[in-house]
Design a protein around this ligand. Structure first.
Ligand SMILES: NC(=O)c1ccc[n+]([C@@H]2O[C@H](COP(=O)([O-])OP(=O)(O)OC[C@H]3O[C@@H](n4cnc5c(N)ncnc54)[C@H](O)[C@@H]3O)[C@@H](O)[C@H]2O)c1
Length: 266
């Protein structure tokens, strides 16, 4: 898989899955814009990539604001002269304090929608303008197994990830005439800061997880839900993102591909 000469913007790349996607794409030759609302983390990831001999630049972005993603896009093109790949990875499980609430509240609904759905649309709008002009681009959206399958406790997140799959299909059709491929990845269960929040909430509100440490609650969930019996890793998602962003995937568009150890088979 060859990304030499390509420039990739990865949102939410300051930690977790986004960081691994940025690292994998850099390993395969791409120059990386490490975009995150947490700029200190973005700077840190960028420094690590540059120290390993790759080319990376941190940019502060809040994907909920169109003006911010427009600025990110201009910054990326100014820094590297082109923009070939967008990974819409930034996402949240709930608003501040979500893990201390048994049910999501209005703020959770609004914030999850703003980041997970509007955020993807905002960044796609900004970056695809550039991709249309160059008649080339690859967009990879990070959805979730939760977008395909209901799960108890956090409907706004399920709805938002189903929205990402739907948005992927609509955008794929819209951008196909401009030689832009748009696909989604549906990860299963990965131990990142996001899942630490989920597990913390489980230990408060899920009877079977009470008394367990967050990590043990996560392991219990993996054993219960994943046929292969093991958690997925950020590197697993990075590997598929590299493939979808490469020209090996030039005839794949509008798809949502599972990386979930067999938890869903559609
Ligand atoms: N961890 C899992 O098991 C899992 C499973 C399925 C899907 N996902 C999805 O994968 C993606 C990454 O998840 P993760 O587990 O690495 O989460 P994480 O919380 O560890 O990282 C999310 C990153 O997004 C950034 N971010 C949040 N809001 C932002 C905003 N408004 N603008 C820009 N950046 C913002 C955060 O600062 C953080 O760096 C998310 O879309 C998540 O929904 C995760």
């Amino acid at each position: 898989m060859d990304l030499n000469g390509k420039v990739a913007v990865v949102t939410g790349a300051g930690r977790g899955i986004g960081r691994a996607i940025a690292e994998k794409m850099a390993e395969h030759g791409a120059r990386i814009i490490v975009a995150d609302v947490a700029i200190d983390n973005a700077v840190h990831v960028s420094e690590d990539l540059n120290a390993d001999g790759h080319e990376a630049e941190p940019i502060a972005v809040d994907v909920t604001r169109q003006s911010s993603v427009d600025r990110m896009t201009r910054g990326a093109v100014a820094r590297f002269g082109r923009l070939d790949i967008l990974v819409n990875n930034a996402g949240i499980i709930g608003a501040r304090g979500w893990e201390t609430r048994g049910r999501p509240n209005d703020r959770d609904w609004d914030t999850i929608y703003a980041v997970n759905v509007k955020g993807v649309a905002n960044a796609t709008n900004a970056v695809s303008r550039h991709m249309r002009r160059q008649n080339y681009g690859k967009i990879v959206n990070i959805a979730s197994v939760a977008g395909r399958q209901g799960s108890p406790g956090n409907p706004p997140y399920n709805v938002s990830k189903a929205g990402v799959i739907s948005l992927t299909q609509a955008t794929a059709l819209e951008l196909a005439p401009f030689n832009v491929n748009v696909n989604a990845i549906c990860p299963g269960l990965l131990w990142t800061p996001m899942w630490e929040r989920i597990a913390t909430r489980q230990t408060k509100y899920d009877a079977a997880s009470k008394g367990l440490s967050p990590r043990k609650a996560f392991e219990r969930t993996v054993a219960e839900r994943i046929p292969l019996g093991r958690e997925q890793t950020p590197e697993d998602i990075g590997n598929l993102a590299v493939f979808l962003a490469s020209d090996l995937a030039e005839n794949i568009t509008g798809q949502a591909i599972n990386v979930n150890g067999g938890a869903r088979m559609d």
